[in-house]
Design a protein around this ligand. Structure first.
Ligand SMILES: [Zn+2]
Length: 425
């Protein structure tokens, strides 16, 4: 009988084809296109490997409509005996293509051991690797115990509400059904990702008074008030955040502190369309808005994060004449960290050492991913991200995934299945 690694290596062409096929289904989010098509593709593939499948539409979730329905797939293959269920969860959506590509973003071109395309690394390559790992494991260990589940889920790139959050709310990640979760996000083949930082998104608006632009002293400029806000951030908030360090093993290094991005700024009259030849009218702006994206550490309570920003705005209100503001919460995600001693962490770390011949690194992600929903809604704590691909390539032009890296990752995933679902240590 063939051994597991041979079974994986011999599927190399299949792995390449599968990755290319997945990339060639353009599942752009927004708007959330072709979710049904990719679920049907996965349905056919996984039924062929003996999985039972369910296609589940996340009715009523953000963006779900007749035109862009939020479809998900969960496939399950039960073993010959009772035992744990290992679940591989991959998101099927990809972000906007953007500019600067030299390859066809949906061509799945193979060149010099790399497959190119939007979503190649984040995360269709990881999805393909997990399918190959599961199929090779089932072939070589037909009497395995427990179960393997593979899901393809929508909308991770926009928060996961029409994907993993919906499935978790409907019991698909409850600890009595699923015991181990591996999310093949591109954290590199030798790293176990334990969790992620938190995020808080809010809109700040400053107010002024509209007046003729030739007599600004008769009005009150909301943009100047906003510049005082940003100045306050520069002098007080940014240095304070940079000084805070986390014990979370976040990569890259720069994300081991608290960070904040100013997503957008808008003040005064709406920008004119690019093809407009009209000239602007002359007004003092009475409103200016920014959206902030504040990423926080497991050591920082969300309440403190919010209070810090509020405190600075309140300081301005008492110090700066006519300053007034509104702070609107948009959304938040709490940090998630799986215990380093958790079974899935230890199993995958040992599998990395076994396959790659070097110790695994333990990392945490700067941005959030679907682990938050499995943790908070599903109450399932035994969850990691592990998958092939270089994190820094995600969302970039000419995104690619290395075929050798996918093969190595598939071997690690297969080895983890062997440890968790058979008597082989
Ligand atoms: Zn991703």
């Amino acid at each position: 009988m063939t051994d597991l690694n041979t079974a994986i290596t011999s599927r190399r062409d299949d792995l390449i084809q599968l990755t290319q096929d997945l990339i060639r289904i353009p599942t752009l989010n927004p708007p959330g296109e072709n979710y049904r098509a990719i679920c049907e593709f996965l349905d056919k593939r996984l039924r062929g490997a003996g999985f039972e499948t369910q296609l589940i539409r996340a009715h009523g979730t953000p963006g779900d409509s007749a035109k862009y329905p939020r479809w998900n797939i969960i496939a399950r293959r039960d073993g010959a005996h009772c035992g744990d269920c290992v679940h591989f969860n991959s998101h099927t959506d990809v972000v906007d293509v953007g500019l600067g590509w030299t390859r066809d973003p949906f061509g799945g071109e193979l060149d010099d051991g790399k497959i190119y395309g939007r979503g190649a690394c984040d995360m269709k390559g990881g999805l393909a690797a997990s399918i190959i790992a599961a199929e090779a494991f089932i072939q070589t260990h037909p009497n395995f115990s427990g179960a393997i589940e593979i899901s393809g889920t929508a909308d991770e790139e926009s928060g996961g509400y029409g994907g993993v959050a919906y499935l978790a709310e409907h019991g698909h990640f409850s600890p009595d059904k699923v015991q181990h979760v591996i999310i093949p996000e591109p954290l590199n083949k030798d790293r176990v990702c334990l969790g992620h930082r938190g995020g808080w998104w809010a809109e700040i608006e400053t107010f002024g008074e509209i007046a003729h632009g030739s007599m600004p002293f008769l009005g009150d400029c909301a943009v100047r008030h906003m510049s005082a806000v940003i100045d306050k951030f520069e002098t007080d908030l940014y240095p304070a955040m940079a000084a805070r360090r986390t014990d979370m093993p976040v990569v890259p290094e720069g994300a081991r502190s608290s960070t904040m991005n100013i997503n957008s700024i808008h003040g005064g009259q709406a920008e004119q369309l690019a093809d407009s030849t009209a000239l602007p009218s002359h007004c003092v702006p009475d409103s200016c808005r920014i959206v902030i994206d504040r990423r926080f550490l497991v050591e920082e309570p969300l309440e403190d994060v919010k209070r810090e920003v509020e405190g600075l705005l309140e300081d301005l209100k008492s110090d700066r004449p006519k300053f007034n503001y509104a702070l609107r919460d948009l959304n938040h995600v709490l940090p998630s960290m799986t215990d380093k001693q958790a079974p899935v962490v230890q199993t995958v770390a040992k599998a990395i050492e076994n396959v790659l011949g070097k110790p695994a690194q333990f990392v945490a992600s700067p941005g959030t991913y679907d682990q938050k929903h499995i943790d908070r809604i599903g109450k399932l704590k035994n969850c990691i991200a592990y998958g092939p691909g270089i994190l820094e390539l995600a969302h970039k032009p000419d995104e690619w995934i290395g075929v050798d890296d996918m093969i190595d990752s598939a071997k690690v995933m297969g080895k983890a299945l062997q440890t968790l679902l058979t008597d082989t240590p």
